[in-house]
Design a protein around this ligand. Structure first.
Ligand SMILES: [Zn+2]
Length: 112
């Protein structure tokens, strides 16, 4: 799967597909970002990355604040805009920490 990038300039927006950068995966815990205006553009790691580690970009672009959003807000954004739930390592951890509704209270509410 490949991803395109959108660049906004004085003459409007341009969409570009890059041979390597477009193959990077996405995560809510990115370890790289795209820099440049498309002429050229580069991937720059934002943390130490081992040679066998996968490169992840942010879904929403670095400047959008997407990664600062809470779990449910990120999931809602991805579902509404891209039609999927994220299962990245951060989302799996945060989902496990979510408070689950008490089933007995829900059942009692319907009986009343
Ligand atoms: Zn995620």
């Amino acid at each position: 799967m490949s991803n395109c990038f959108r660049f906004r300039g004085r003459k409007g927006s341009t969409t570009a597909l890059f041979e390597v950068m477009s193959r990077a995966n996405h995560s809510c815990l990115p370890n790289a970002r795209m820099v440049g205006d498309g002429h050229p553009a580069m991937l720059m790691t934002t943390t130490y990355v081992n040679s066998q580690e996968e490169i992840f970009l942010s879904y929403g672009g670095w400047e959008t604040g997407f990664t600062e959003q809470p779990f449910h807000q990120r999931q809602r954004h991805l579902l509404d805009n891209w039609g999927f739930f994220c299962r990245c390592s951060r989302c799996q951890e945060e989902e496990a920490l979510q408070i689950k509704p008490d089933v007995t209270q829900i059942s009692a509410g319907f009986a009343a």
